[in-house]
Ligand binder design. Structure first.
Ligand SMILES: Nc1ncnc2c1ncn2[C@@H]1O[C@H](COP(=O)(O)OP(=O)(O)OP(=O)(O)O)[C@@H](O)[C@H]1O
Length: 306
């Protein structure tokens, strides 16, 4: 379990993490989402004792990470997969890590098997593809058989097979009862992997929600209706609780009425309908809407900039 309480990190006059409080529970995958620069990596580094909080606390299994006598057994992390000595083989890298932390040699073979690197384990890490490097990073994270697994953007730059592999691995780790905390800036990816979401923007909490709750909230659907009798249709549909937005000639976007209700009303009034389409925002659009005030560099439309 990870518990973060009123966690804050300032760099000079910039606040990277601003009073975050949340709990990451065991047995499920928890996604940590936010646009670039939201403060995800900084939060993860503070949880792992790599950055000192300006104020607030972060604990792993009830204690600050650095206070555990057996930290690698408590939490394993993938923060930067490229921070490996490229002249060494994967096997030697893991072996050195195991030897300096009192982990038995047999565990190295186990983690190499878990991440599927046995065929290349004796090859130089310098020649590894991004996906292989990522697998090695995960092998290092799992070396201490940790209760808590923290992964910072583990699918970044991976091909679809690599993404699928990491997704399944995270689910398996959670099913074994571990706490899995994974950051991403892609809502669509997290919707497939995580059960719970913590969404931050500009260092602040935006949402602490189940994925299903987020999806329900996001299902703010509207209906596109096209008719050659635009005025009559508009008058028929407009009313309290309904918004009828004219998108184009004879084309409306209606909220507050179902497609069935619109079709039935038009039929009863004898108004021909040429299109009736339910429009649901994608999860990515819902996420962008949720975090739109918190993106670091917002693009400006040329029309607005003038
Ligand atoms: N060592 C540092 N010194 C100064 N500012 C920093 C430092 N580390 C992070 N920041 C700033 O803190 C903010 C949060 O950065 P962080 O890397 O935690 O965000 P992130 O959500 O992980 O973003 P990304 O998805 O781009 O990795 C950013 O504005 C960043 O520039």
């Amino acid at each position: 379990m990870i518990e973060v309480h009123d966690l804050t990190k300032r760099y000079g006059d910039q606040t990277a993490v601003d009073g975050l409080t949340f709990t990451v529970k065991p047995g499920i995958v928890t996604g940590f989402l936010g646009p670039n620069g939201a403060g995800k990596s900084t939060t993860m580094r503070m949880i792992l004792g790599l950055d000192r909080p300006t104020s607030g606390t972060a604990t792993v299994n009830g204690r600050p990470y650095a206070d555990h006598p057996d930290p690698l057994h408590q939490a394993g992390a993938l923060l930067d997969a490229k921070s490996v000595h490229t002249g060494r083989s994967a096997y030697r890298h893991l072996h050195a890590l195991a030897a300096t932390t009192g982990i038995p040699k047999s565990r190295v073979d186990e983690v190499i098997d878990i991440v599927g690197l046995h065929q290349v384990a004796r090859k130089r890490v310098g020649g590894f593809s991004l996906g292989m490097g990522q697998r090695l990073g995960i092998a290092s994270a799992l070396l201490g058989d940790p209760d808590v697994v923290i992964l910072d953007e583990p699918t970044n730059g991976l091909d679809p097979e690599g993404v699928l592999w990491i997704r399944n691995l995270m689910r398996d780790l959670a099913a074994q009862g571990r706490t899995v905390f994974v950051s991403s800036h892609l809502m669509s990816e997290m919707a497939l992997t995580a059960e719970h979401l913590i969404v931050i923007g500009k260092g602040r909490m935006i949402a602490d929600t189940s994925v299903s709750g987020f999806i329900e909230n996001a299902a703010n659907e509207s209906v596109r209706v096209r008719s050659p009798h635009a005025n009559a249709l508009h008058d028929l549909l407009a009313g309290p609780g309904t918004t009828v937005l004219s998108v184009d000639r004879g084309l409306f976007e209606v909220t507050g009425l179902t497609a069935e209700a619109i079709g039935d009303r038009a039929a009863a009034a004898g108004i021909a309908i040429h299109e009736l389409t339910v429009v649901r925002p994608s999860l990515e659009e819902a996420f962008m809407e949720l975090t739109k005030d918190a993106v670091e560099y917002q693009s400006t439309l040329i029309g607005e900039a003038r």
